[in-house]
Design a protein around this ligand. Structure first.
Ligand code: FES
Length: 120
């Protein structure tokens, strides 16, 4: 596998620690501002910066609470924007058409790693 994260990496969690169809939030890296949110659907994993493209607030209203009740969308707690969890596209709300910032990652021995600078 080609290494896409060549500098320092930050380990987030094991893939199976994210429930299928669920999310886990991560605090900002030391010195950082925005945390991260990881979503998993089957073997598909996505990592986004936990910052709404509308005005930049964190998406979750409580730790690890990102998903809509039906589990279909990542919801912003501030004004209710709904994001497609596999693309980060805002489908409904004040930032419709914008995207969550995607964070590149690698899975090494089942652990999700992101660049140390992710979310800074
Ligand atoms: S801050 Fe997210 S919808 Fe307004």
């Amino acid at each position: 596998m080609e290494t896409i994260i060549s500098t320092e990496a930050r380990a987030l969690c094991r893939v199976e620690e994210i429930a299928d169809g669920g999310t886990v939030g991560f605090p900002p890296a030391p010195g950082g501002f925005s945390g991260l949110v990881a979503y998993r659907k089957g073997e598909d994993v996505k990592v986004f910066v936990n910052s709404c493209p509308h005005i930049g607030t964190p998406l979750d209203w409580m730790p690890d609470q990102f998903m809509s009740r039906d589990g279909k969308y990542i919801i912003c707690a501030t004004h209710g924007a709904a994001f497609a969890p596999l693309t980060g596209e805002c489908l409904l709300g004040p930032c419709k058409g914008d995207y969550l910032d995607v964070v590149k990652f690698e899975i090494r021995d089942g652990v999700i790693h992101v660049p140390a600078s992710a979310g800074l």
